[in-house]
Structure formats: C-alpha cells, structure tokens
Ligand binder design. Structure first.
Ligand SMILES: *[C@@H]1O[C@H](CO)[C@@H](O)[C@H](O)[C@H]1NC(C)=O
Ligand SMILES: *[C@@H]1O[C@H](CO)[C@@H](O)[C@H](O)[C@H]1NC(C)=O
Ligand SMILES: *[C@@H]1O[C@H](CO)[C@@H](O)[C@H](O)[C@H]1NC(C)=O
Length: 276
C-alpha cells in the first residue's frame, strides 16, 4: 500500500520537474504528504525535522483535522506562531505541549458550529497564557468547561490580546469581563455570546481603563443583559463598529432608539438585535 503510493509520488515528482523545472519544493511537499498520511510510522523521526518542514506538516495535519494530543507533541517547535486547531480533537494536554511555543500569536480552538469542546479547561488555558505572552488572537468558541480562571490568566499575562472568542463558553461569568476590562489594553474584538454575563460584567468591561479601543462586541443570547449594557457600551466605547445583541430578551426599544442615532458613515457599521 505504502510502496504503491510512493511510486505514484515519484511519477508525480518527475512530471512536475519536467513541466516546471522545480526540484526541491515538490519533493518536500510529497514527503510531507506521505508523512502526514502515515504519521504513526514516522513518529520517532518527526521530532528531529527542521522547523520549515514541521510547519508544512502542522499545516497539513491541521487542515485534515488529524493533529492530536500525541502527534502535536512531536511536530511543534519553539517558533510556531499560528495554530489553527478548530478541526482537531485536542485537550488540555495539547495546550501543555504548546507551552513551548513562546512566539505563539494566534490559536484557534473554536468548536464547530453547534458543537462543544469539553476537553479544554482553565488548567490548559492557564498554562497557555503563562507561556505565550505574545498571543494576539485566541478563539475558544464552545469550550464549555473553561471558567473565569482561564480568562483571567489570559487577561493578566497576554497584554497584546486583540481578539477573543468566548462564545458558548457557558461557564464564563462577569468576572471574565471585569478582568479583560482591567488588564487588556489592546482588546478590539470580544465575543461573549451565550455566556452567563450580565450588566455588571459589561460595565466592568467598558468602564475598565482600556475599553475605549473596542470596535466589535457580540453579546447575543446573554439573557440577563439589559438596556444598561447597551448604554454602557455606547458611552464607554467610542470606536464601536459592530454590536450584536439578538436573543437578549431584556433589551428593549430604548436601546434601539439610542442606537438608531449612531448608525451611519464612520459610525456603527452593523447592529443586530431582536425586538421583544
Ligand atoms: C467537561 O464538561 C462535561 C459536561 O459538560 C463533563 O462531563 C466533563 O467531565 C468535563 N470535563 C472536564 C475535563 O472537566
Ligand atoms: C466567534 O464565535 C462566534 C459565534 O459562533 C462566531 O460568529 C464568530 O465568527 C467567531 N469569531 C471568531 C473571530 O472566531
Ligand atoms: C439571570 O436572571 C435570572 C432571572 O432573573 C436569575 O435567576 C439568574 O440567576 C440570573 N443569572 C445570572 C448569571 O445572574
């Protein structure tokens, strides 16, 4: 099976060389495709590969959704900057391994729409936050076992955080938003839809020292937020461009009117809500 595949690859390689005069890149790519396919056979060899080859392998395994807690340990290297794990089944154990990537800027752990990711908890997110202070973008949609402790660790240790997705992290409360408002001087885009956040959390976020930079807030399906949250955002966030709050039954026409005056060029670009 493997032999057949390799012979086929050699044909492809020759064809590519003849057609385009390229040599080295296609060979690396073909090897990486084979390694990704037969990862378990190459386990002992992967660790010593150079970073540029590992990067290709990581990219491929991520797209295929095949990166796991055990394979990620072998392919990571200290200068990895972006990890898109949204299609991969990984747990806190992968986050422990990722802690070697001190340069990490973006991590996508969003669960697929309508699904949850139970194996990521605050334990893993705390170790990520402590080891990766350069994080700019952290996507955690549907991590329902993540608690405020994990978000607090991100807020305190990752001062460059700009984009954070906590949507459907159903254990998240006001404490997370208060911590973000207090510590995150760079935060631009925050999604806390379908969490336990109430007015007090939103006020903590937008009355914090740094809230003025926020441009996008999604608080859809936070059933306890009221008009007071909308007023606080409009007052505390002069650069807000996108404000989403449908599925919030306590928000009334009063907010809609206040917002109506703000929609226009260079003002709010997108607002969605539900009228009850
Ligand atoms: C995550 O939450 C589920 C229920 O939502 C629970 O059964 C499971 O034990 C939790 N996992 C961890 C690692 O805490
Ligand atoms: C965050 O999650 C929400 C809800 O599923 C989604 O609409 C949004 O695109 C996500 N944002 C990012 C940056 O991943
Ligand atoms: C939201 O409001 C309901 C009803 O008023 C209350 O029982 C519940 O405790 C509130 N939830 C939070 C997180 O404050």
């Amino acid at each position: 099976m493997q032999r057949v595949r390799l012979a086929h690859s050699a044909d492809e390689l020759l064809a590519t060389q003849a057609g385009f005069g390229r040599t080295v890149d296609p060979l690396i790519d073909l090897c990486v495709v084979s390694m990704a396919k037969y990862m378990s056979l190459f386990e002992s060899d992967v660790e010593s590969l150079p970073p540029n080859v590992k990067d290709k392998l990581i990219k491929l395994l991520c797209i295929q959704g095949h990166l796991t807690d055990s394979s990620i340990r072998q392919v990571l290297h200290p200068s990895v900057r972006i990890l898109d794990l949204r299609d991969c089944e990984v747990s806190d154990s992968a986050l422990q391994s990722i802690s070697q990537c001190k340069q990490l800027k973006e991590i996508n752990l969003n669960s697929c729409k309508g699904q949850i990711r139970t194996s990521i908890t605050s334990e893993g997110v705390c170790s990520l936050a402590l080891s990766c202070p350069l994080l700019i973008k952290v996507l955690l949609r549907g991590c329902c076992n993540l608690t405020d402790a994990g978000v607090l660790a991100l807020a305190v240790n990752c001062p460059q955080l700009q984009i954070l997705n906590l949507s459907h992290c159903t254990s998240i409360t006001d404490e997370s938003l208060q911590a973000l408002g207090q510590h995150c001087s760079s935060l631009l885009n925050l999604d806390f839809s379908a969490t336990l956040v109430t007015d007090s959390g939103v006020q903590g976020l937008v009355n914090g020292r740094y809230s003025a930079k926020l441009t996008e807030i999604n608080m859809c399906r936070c059933v306890n937020v009221t008009d007071e949250s909308i007023e606080a955002v409009l007052k505390g966030c002069p650069h807000i461009r996108i404000l989403l709050f449908h599925g919030c039954p306590l928000i009334s026409d009063r907010s809609r009117e206040a917002l109506g005056q703000l929609v226009g060029p260079n003002k709010l670009k997108q607002v969605t809500w539900t009228v009850y």
